[in-house]
Design a protein. Structure first.
Length: 281
């Protein structure tokens, strides 16, 4: 219903206008009149699509293989020529093989010179190729590791003063202990036994060093009181390799005749070394 004062539409049954607050008279509300529907405009007609003829496309030629299958083209002459050439080569090899088989008769005698010449002419590669004879390399025997019961290999090295020292001259009919050592490897457990062995005049201790310089060796000797030891320099490691030394220190006990009586590794303790040195006395 519309307000009679401000003409504002209000819900049906409302007592006052929601805009101006005037009292609405239920009888004054005009009856509901439906609004007539507006007719829709007619659709615009769409023009019908016109048919455009497509120009004919040129047909692509088929590959030779497909053309041959469809009967369009015959097999090319190059393929036929290659096949004939392969057949001819196989025929020649067959004749050559047959002549070679006939060149020697079952009794072992050679065939006529004419047949042999023809076979050689057809197979020149087989007549000229020779198998080279390669001599088997001579294996150099690897020397065994000097061990217990073997003769100690002799050598000559320089000591810390630059003098040449020869092993047999150092032993000279005495017991000896050959020690492969380095200053960086602790020997505090075994040094007392070696010092006592020298101090009691039971034999000589010969140290071979492959790792340290002369100054470092002399300092180690002074600090540990090893002035009675003979220290030799094995800078290139040849003697270490000759004796097959794989760990440092390694102790080789040598008898008066130059025979190795015991070989002890780095794990050897003082009591074990003292017992083995006692057997040399």
């Amino acid at each position: 219903m519309n307000c009679p004062s401000c003409n504002t539409p209000n819900r049906e049954g409302a007592k006052r206008c929601r805009n101006c607050g005037s009292v609405l008279s239920q009888s004054a509300a005009p009856p509901y009149a439906p609004q007539p529907q507006q007719p829709l405009p007619p659709p615009h007609p769409q023009p019908a699509p016109q048919y455009q003829p497509q120009p004919p496309q040129a047909q692509q030629p088929l590959p030779p293989a497909q053309a041959a299958k469809r009967g369009g083209k015959a097999m090319p002459w190059r393929t036929i020529g290659i096949g004939c050439l392969l057949l001819f080569i196989g025929f020649l090899f067959g004749i050559a093989a047959l002549l070679l088989v006939q060149a020697v008769n079952p009794s072992g005698a050679t065939a006529s010179p004419t047949v042999t010449a023809v076979a050689t002419a057809l197979t020149p590669a087989a007549a000229t190729v020779t198998t080279p004879v390669v001599a088997a390399p001579t294996a150099t025997p690897t020397p065994a590791r000097p061990d217990k019961g073997a003769k100690a290999p002799t050598f000559t090295l320089k000591d810390t003063t630059g003098a040449d020292k020869e092993l047999n001259g150092l032993i000279n009919g005495k017991f000896a202990v050959l020690v492969f050592w380095a200053t960086g490897v602790p020997m505090t457990d075994t040094l007392p036994a070696l010092k006592k062995f020298v101090d009691d005049n039971h034999g000589v201790v010969i140290g071979i060093n492959s790792d340290d310089a002369v100054g470092k060796i002399n300092k180690y000797v002074t600090d540990n009181g090893l002035s009675k030891f003979t220290m030799l320099l094995d800078g290139d490691g040849k003697i270490k390799e000759q004796y097959k030394i794989t760990e440092t220190p390694t102790y080789l006990l040598i008898g008066k005749d130059g025979t190795i009586t015991e070989r002890l590794g780095a794990a050897a303790k003082r009591d074990v070394l003292e017992a083995k040195l006692g057997e040399l006395k």
